[in-house]
Design a binder for this molecule. Structure first.
Ligand SMILES: Nc1ncnc2c1ncn2[C@@H]1O[C@H](COP(=O)(O)OP(=O)(O)OP(=O)(O)O)[C@@H](O)[C@H]1O
Ligand SMILES: [Mg+2]
Length: 239
């Protein structure tokens, strides 16, 4: 059984085929990484999976049941959470209040879920700060904490470590793997190939709105199409 599945999903904006015929299946308790050059359709695929853009065609399945007509808000109640590529926090609320918004999306949020999300993302010292006072890396942690506060079983992350330094990236990678070991299924979009190899159980590579490779991290990063499309000389030098 898969947690979430896309079958022949397409999202076209006029003549732009942002996503065009993608099949994707996430297995429970695994981190699937989504790689691809700028504009290859990664964020659009996340938007399609979370019902934030209409599908041009295709089928979406959650626990095997079609949901391509579901309202986005209903997905949080069914255990699907996400973070955005650009930080979306409420500037007048404190860090703690922003995180609590996540818990409020669930009718019966478990006690302590907000404190737990804050603690796990390393935000304990800034709970009373407002987003404007935080570094970019810290504000991205608030996004992750807010998603965790919904007690998700599936978490979709769009470049969660963008703007973070190497040590912070490492911390996030460790956090995501801990969450995975506790059973949280994840779809992770990142450009940092080494981080993807270190963090993910499976990789999917996109180019021009389509999946060009999928498999183990080792298989995908050595795939000739992926190397041509995305990784190029720079990555080969590190391999
Ligand atoms: N709302 C929109 N209207 C028109 N075109 C869009 C819209 N959103 C995305 N696109 C286009 O769809 C394509 C895929 O964009 P998308 O943001 O999904 O790529 P991405 O892989 O997430 O890129 P990046 O790595 O830069 O975040 C791009 O050509 C983009 O310009
Ligand atoms: Mg994107």
């Amino acid at each position: 059984m898969t947690v979430i599945e896309a079958r022949d999903v397409a999202v076209h904006y006029g003549g732009i085929k942002a996503v065009d015929g993608v099949d994707l299946a996430l297995e429970p308790g695994r981190i699937c990484g989504l790689l691809g050059p700028n504009g290859s359709g990664k964020s659009t695929l996340l938007a399609a999976l979370t019902r934030l853009v209409p599908l041009t065609r295709g089928t979406l399945l959650l626990d095997g049941a079609e949901y391509q007509n579901a309202a986005p808000a209903s997905l949080a109640r069914r255990g699907v959470a996400r973070t955005f590529q650009t930080v979306r926090l409420l500037p007048d609320l404190t860090v703690a209040e922003n995180v609590r918004l996540g818990a409020d999306l669930r009718r019966r949020a478990p006690a302590g879920v907000v404190d737990d999300a804050i603690e796990r993302t390393g935000l304990g010292d800034v709970v009373r700060a407002r987003p404007g006072e935080l570094s970019y890396g810290m504000s991205r942690r608030v996004e992750i904490a807010r998603a965790l506060a919904t007690s998700p079983r599936l978490l979709l992350l769009d470049e969660p470590t963008a703007g973070m330094n190497q040590a912070e990236r490492q911390e996030i990678s460790e956090l995501l793997r801990r969450l995975r070991d506790e059973g949280l299924t994840q779809l992770l979009v990142e450009h940092d190939v080494q981080l993807m190899i270190d963090t993910c159980d499976d990789l999917v590579a996109m180019n021009f709105g389509a999946v060009v490779a999928h498999g183990s991290p080792a298989e995908v990063v050595t795939d000739p199409d992926v190397q041509r499309a995305y990784l190029g000389k720079k990555w080969r030098a590190h391999a």
